[in-house]
Design a protein around this ligand. Structure first.
Ligand SMILES: C[S@@+](CC[C@H](N)C(=O)[O-])C[C@H]1O[C@@H](n2cnc3c(N)ncnc32)[C@H](O)[C@@H]1O
Length: 228
C-alpha cells in the first residue's frame, strides 16, 4: 500500500463498502481510480487541466453538508428515509478539500454526522512526515485539526499510517482489536492547544517528536493486523 487511493480502496474492499464520498476532487486522481458501487465527489473548482467542472457537486463541502442535512439533494432521495435527524448516507468519506485547520475540522465533524454505522472517514495530509509539507500549499496545518479532535472525542478512534500522509477515524465500538489504543497524554494535549504562539519550526519539532501521541501513528504491519 503506497498511495491515498490504495488506502481508500483497501477499506472499500475489506469492509464491502457501497457508498463513497470524496471532498476535494481536483483532477479526479483518487476518484477515478476508486471502485465502489456508488460514488460522489465535491469540488467548488474545475479540473485545472481540462477547465471543466467534473465533480458530482460543484460547491464547497460546507454547502454540500448543509444541503444533505436539509435533505434537499435529489441524488440522495432514496437515502432520505433515515429517521436520524442527520441522514446517514456514506460508508467511507475521503477528506481532501481545503487544508487549513478550521476547514478540516468542519469537514471531519460534518462527515461523521453523515457516516453510516461501521463507516470510516479517511483524511489526507493529516500526517506529514517532512517539515516542508507544513507549507500551506501542501498539508498545511490539517494535522492540528486531526490531533485536536482526537484529544476531544473518546467515542472515536483515530489512527495515522505511513501511507501518503493519511489518517483515518472510526467509531470506538469497544472491539478487542483496539484495546491497545494509544490515548493522548495530558502534557502533549496542553502543548497542542498552545501551539498558536509557536513558529513553523517549533510546530514541526513538536509534531515530529510526539507523532505517536498526537496522531496515534501505527506501522503498516499493525494496520493490517487490526483492519482485515
Ligand atoms: C488536494 S486537491 C484534491 C486532490 C484529490 N482528492 C486527489 O486525491 O487527487 C484539493 C481540492 O479541494 C478543493 N477544495 C478547496 N476548498 C474546498 C472546499 N471548501 N470544499 C470542497 N473542495 C474544496 C480544491 O478546489 C482542490 O481541487
Amino acid at each position: 500500500m503506497q498511495y491515498r487511493y490504495d488506502l481508500v480502496q483497501y477499506f472499500i474492499d475489506t469492509y464491502k463498502y457501497k457508498n463513497y464520498l470524496e471532498i476535494g476532487y481536483r483532477r479526479g486522481d483518487t476518484f477515478k481510480r476508486t471502485k465502489c458501487k456508488s460514488k460522489w465527489s465535491i469540488d467548488p473548482n474545475s479540473n485545472p487541466d481540462t477547465g471543466k467542472h467534473e465533480a458530482t457537486f460543484q460547491m464547497t463541502s460546507d454547502k454540500f453538508f448543509e444541503k444533505v442535512s436539509s435533505r434537499s439533494l435529489n441524488h440522495f432521495r432514496e437515502w432520505y428515509t433515515d429517521a436520524d435527524e442527520k441522514p446517514k448516507i456514506f460508508d467511507i468519506i475521503f477528506i481532501d478539500g481545503a487544508h487549513d485547520k478550521d476547514s478540516v475540522r468542519k469537514d471531519i465533524l460534518n462527515s461523521l454526522d453523515h457516516l453510516r454505522k461501521g463507516g470510516i472517514v479517511v483524511c489526507h495530509d493529516v500526517c506529514p512526515l517532512e517539515k516542508r509539507l507544513l507549507d500551506p500549499d501542501a498539508c498545511h496545518n490539517a494535522w492540528e485539526a486531526f490531533a485536536e479532535l482526537r484529544s476531544e472525542r473518546t467515542d472515536l478512534l483515530f489512527y495515522s499510517i505511513p501511507v501518503n500522509h493519511c489518517g483515518f477515524i472510526l467509531l470506538n465500538d469497544g472491539s478487542k482489536k483496539h484495546s491497545d489504543y494509544n490515548t493522548m497524554p495530558e502534557d502533549v494535549k496542553d502543548s497542542l492547544f498552545n501551539l498558536s504562539s509557536q513558529n513553523l519550526s517549533d510546530r514541526w519539532k513538536f509534531l515530529n517528536s510526539n507523532r505517536k501521541d498526537l496522531l496515534n501513528y501505527i506501522d503498516l504491519e499493525t494496520f493490517y493486523n487490526k483492519f482485515n
